[in-house]
Design a protein around this ligand. Structure first.
Ligand code: IPD
Length: 271
């Protein structure tokens, strides 16, 4: 791969995610039109998802021709440079539909095969236009919120910890996810369900949550935000120190993470 500074990729991700965020917010103010549903009736895709991803795809192709692309709405295209852009045009689609501000545009640059098990995330941006929040990170260079450095909390135990989680769109999986939640509620300070996985991870990064876990995530849900959380000092993993992915994405400071993982592992079943 041609040598590109990770910070340069970060700047590209931020710039395009900001513009895409403005487009999504504008379309939101004009009204939301549902284009269809995906895995289930609750898993919707809006016309704005599709338009925003098309904008991001074309903007990236202009500045980085030859890079690969892997987006939630329009699929994958293999590149020639070794860098692939992993994109969720609107993460938190249900919030977006209901006019809640917790939605974001998430763009990551990764190196290697575009699968979370093997890729190395080089840079990422998560832009939440309705919140005025721009999170970003470059590998080895730390993470920021609106330009200021961010850091995870140092809360060391589940007691007193504020933990976020999310649920997939499949009802059978939700039943199993509820079992983990029931146990966790007995231990933690409280639970949050924000509705946008990338923002949950970024809030761990910024110390606005102590931890987050979710089972069933897709690669674009966590590509950028997992790097942001890591660069802010979080341990971000799947089970048994594997890379984060569909089976589990868990983020917290290195003392809290194994305690959170243990309770999820004890009460969860195969997703
Ligand atoms: C969803 C959100 C949600 C999470 C789901 C994701 P989408 O992404 O991140 O918080 O619980 O697992 O699929 O569909 O809004 O892009």
């Amino acid at each position: 791969m041609a040598e590109v500074a990770n910070d340069q990729l970060r700047r590209i991700a931020v710039d395009i995610a900001r513009q895409a965020g403005e487009l999504a917010a504008r379309r939101r103010s004009e009204g939301v039109h549902i284009a269809g549903s995906k895995s289930s009736l609750v898993d919707i895709v809006t016309l704005a998802d599709q338009e925003t991803e098309a904008f991001i795809r074309s903007a990236l192709a202009d500045v980085r021709p030859g890079d690969g692309f892997y987006g939630e709405e329009s699929g994958a295209e293999v590149g020639t440079t070794g860098v692939t852009w992993v994109v969720d045009p609107i993460d938190g689609t249900v919030n977006y539909l209901y006019g809640l501000p917790d939605y974001n545009v998430s763009i990551a640059a990764v190196e290697g095969d575009p699968t979370p098990e093997t890729w190395t995330a080089l840079a990422g941006a998560v832009v939440a236009p309705a919140l005025g929040e721009v999170y970003s990170a470059a590998l080895g260079e730390g993470a920021t919120l609106n330009g200021d450095p961010i850091r995870v909390t140092e809360h060391p135990e589940l007691t007193g910890a504020l933990i976020a989680t999310g649920f997939g769109y499949d009802a059978a999986k939700r039943r199993r996810q509820a079992l983990v939640l029931a146990e966790l509620l007995l231990e933690a300070r409280d639970i949050r369900r924000g509705g946008a996985a990338a923002l949950d991870l970024c809030r761990v990064a910024a110390g606005k949550l102590d931890g987050y876990f979710e089972q069933g995530l897709q690669p674009w849900d966590h590509a950028a935000a997992a790097l942001i959380a890591r660069e802010a000092g979080a341990r971000v993993t799947g089970f048994d120190n594997t890379p984060p992915g569909r089976l589990l994405t868990l983020a917290a400071n290195p003392r809290l993470a194994p305690l959170l993982e243990a309770i999820v592992a004890e009460h969860s079943t195969e997703m």
